[in-house]
Design a protein around this ligand. Structure first.
Ligand code: ADP
Ligand code: MG
Length: 621
């Protein structure tokens, strides 16, 4: 790790503060029972933190985390009782085993879509439970007893109090690590996995690797919890790691707020306290014992989620923050007659696109008349429908070509064939002299193909700048480990500079910190262009970029695109319905109708072409 690059984040400072509090808490004369509860809350929080990453951030639901808790617990329990090794070696073995198991399970199941993944997690959750229960050397369903305590900093952690410190240090520093991870190049990809896989792939990201990363990290946190549990309890048996426990962890994360790191801890606290309280109060109320708390907590859970479907943390964040803003406004701003809007940037002034484009490209320039893209006799069929039928054309360096045609002509399909989102039925595509039609979208992006989508694909809950930085993914190297240990800061600032230049090119630099979903549709289209620019493209594929823009915004976009081609040598292929916009922009036009190329030439030639008039006006003059 490069020490000079290290800068403690505010999260680290908070982490240090809370760690000190944890040490103080241990020394308070609290009843042992409280400490026990706090220990369990900590153990559950670790698993729920993994679920926040897995389910909340990347959108993959798992009911099977308890099985990974079991792997961590059993590995260390077995080694420390049978081979007398130190629990720390047990931890290393347990985590290694978990990484291997999660990697393997993730590799076979993460490609599955929809409800198949959650079903698979149930399947391996049950399988591992029965595996623990049936193996002789793991003590079958009786489990393993006589597990030694962990020795931490020379002290045997015999008491609950001593374990408390270690457990909560693990929770605190895992939260800090995850928060660093989410605020990084890898984190932006992780946040894009929920609903943005196609877009991320066209930014050059190998999304499967990041899915696996989230899956393995969540499993590692679960295994860490299992290891702590085994040496706290000094005994393990399979019941603690069954499917019910797996569902319980998911409920904690959901109740707390599966989209928030803080939600993991809040959920663990609430569910633990609730269960404990119900176990005490229900027998008194009902006059008999039984597992009634499960029923009552189920009802309370449904009621809570009705009130706050995004979890308690969401409610805290969105209830307390606005409240404090209102109080602040009442107490301070109204008195001094300042309006809040200006400061909050809600209606921040629109900016002109930056006409002084800074060259942020690091690629070797391709100069005219070199050919950038060659589309040769390309066809695409969807079943019996020929959506693209024998299209051929070339695009030279710095050239702007417009692709026009009535709705359903096959323009977007042709875009998807060129960018690699769809496979060809026949024909071939050459990009910068490489045969690319068999390469996946992300490999084509690496070569310098940037695109926008007809239906915008942004990560709405992420800032405008972060959305652009997804496009710049390939321009940085730092890994998830670099993110956790914050050795990525120099690179992150460089990336942000690139992102801000791209935003200023399209005139969005005034809204960089807003969430993408707060922008108007027109601005969202501009943001898609900025994201494509961040890739350092040789070729820009723009699918209806001007739809939703106002007249003067179209004029500005037209000027910006012209400058990109003339000053930065970027070639542009553009689909657009607004004929004034297209005619005033492009060097050449390609017209499609029912999948067929019907005309090609400069705007004046195409305008006169009888076939084009026929296609657009149905033969009426
Ligand atoms: P355009 O962008 O020119 O309006 P498209 O390329 O979106 O047209 O569509 C061309 C034709 O292909 C349409 O008839 C459309 O219904 C069909 N099509 C597009 N995508 C698919 C698909 N994934 N599956 C089946 N048919 C499709
Ligand atoms: Mg289209």
């Amino acid at each position: 790790m490069n020490i000079r690059q290290y800068s403690p984040s505010p999260t680290v400072t908070i982490g240090l503060g809370v760690s000190v509090l944890a040490l103080l808490f241990r020394s308070l004369p609290l009843p042992e029972f409280w400490i026990t509860l706090a220990n369990y809350v900590g153990l559950y929080s670790l698993v729920a933190l993994g679920l926040v990453l897995l389910t909340g951030v990347t959108g993959m639901t798992s009911f099977g985390q308890a099985a990974f808790v079991g792997l961590g617990a059993y590995a260390s329990a077995y080694l420390s009782t049978t081979w007398n090794v130190s629990p720390w070696i047990g931890l290393f073995a347990g985590l290694s085993l978990t990484v291997l198991a999660a990697y393997f399970l993730g590799w076979i199941t993460l490609g599955l879509s929809g409800h198949f993944l959650p079903l698979c997690t149930i399947a391996w959750g049950i399988s591992l439970f029965y595996l623990f229960g049936n193996l002789d050397y793991l003590g079958k369903f009786d489990g393993i007893t006589g597990i030694p305590p962990i020795n931490f900093l020379g002290l045997d952690l015999n008491l609950g109090r001593d374990n408390f410190v270690l457990i909560w240090l693990c929770v605190i520093w895992s939260s800090v690590a995850l928060s660093h991870l989410l605020d990084s190049r890898s984190g932006r990809v992780l946040k894009a996995l929920k609903g943005g896989v196609l877009m991320a792939e066209s930014c050059g990201v190998a999304t499967m690797r990041y899915k696996l990363l989230a899956f393995v990290l969540a499993a590692v946190l679960a295994a860490l919890s299992g290891w702590l549990y085994a040496h706290l309890q000094r005994a393990v048996n399979p019941t603690a790691f069954n499917l019910t426990a797996g569902i319980g962890y998911l409920i904690m994360a959901v109740v707390g707020g599966v989209g928030y790191l803080g939600g993991a801890v809040v959920g663990a606290v609430l569910i633990t306290l609730l269960n404990n309280w119900l176990q005490n109060i229900l027998p008194t109320l009902l006059g008999q014992s039984g597992n009634y708390e499960v029923i009552v907590s189920g009802i309370l859970l449904i009621a809570l989620l009705q009130k706050s479907p995004k979890g308690v943390w969401h409610w805290i964040e969105h209830g307390v923050k606005p409240l404090s803003t209102i109080v602040f406004k009442k107490l301070y701003l109204e008195r001094s007659k300042i309006t809040l809007d200006a400061g909050l940037g809600v209606n921040s002034p629109r900016r002109q696109p930056n006409t002084n484009i800074k060259n942020i490209s690091t690629r070797t320039k391709i100069t005219p008349p070199n050919v950038v893209l060659k589309v040769i006799d390309v066809c695409k069929s969807f079943g019996g429908l020929r959506a693209v039928n024998g299209v051929s054309f070339q695009l030279k360096a710095s050239q702007i070509v417009g692709l026009i045609g009535p709705n359903g002509a096959g323009k977007s399909t042709l875009f998807n064939l060129i960018s690699g989102v769809l496979p060809l039925t026949s024909g071939s595509i050459e990009f910068l002299g490489n045969q690319v039609h068999k390469l996946p979208a992300r490999e084509r992006s690496k070569l310098g193909m940037g695109r926008s989508f007809q239906h915008v694909r942004l990560i709405g809950q992420m800032s405008v700048l972060d959305n652009v930085l997804l496009g710049a993914h390939l321009r940085a190297r730092s890994s998830w480990l670099g993110a956790i240990f914050r050795t990525n800061q120099t690179e992150e600032s460089a990336l942000k500079e690139i992102g801000n230049s791209c935003l200023s090119i399209v005139g969005l630099d005034g809204v960089a910190e807003q969430n993408a979903d707060s922008l108007s549709l027109g601005q969202q289209r501009l943001l898609e262009i900025a994201r494509a620019l961040a890739l350092d493209p040789v070729l820009l594929l723009l699918d209806e970029p001007a739809a939703g823009l106002r007249h003067f915004e179209k004029k500005e976009l037209q000027a910006t695109l012209k400058r990109l081609s003339s000053e930065q040598g970027i070639s542009i292929l553009i689909v657009e319905h607004d004929m004034d916009f297209v005619m005033g922009l492009v060097d050449e036009l390609l017209v499609m109708d029912f999948g067929n190329p019907i005309a090609q030439g400069n705007p004046a030639q195409v305008r006169e072409n009888p076939l084009v008039i026929e296609a657009y006006l149905g033969g009426i003059d």
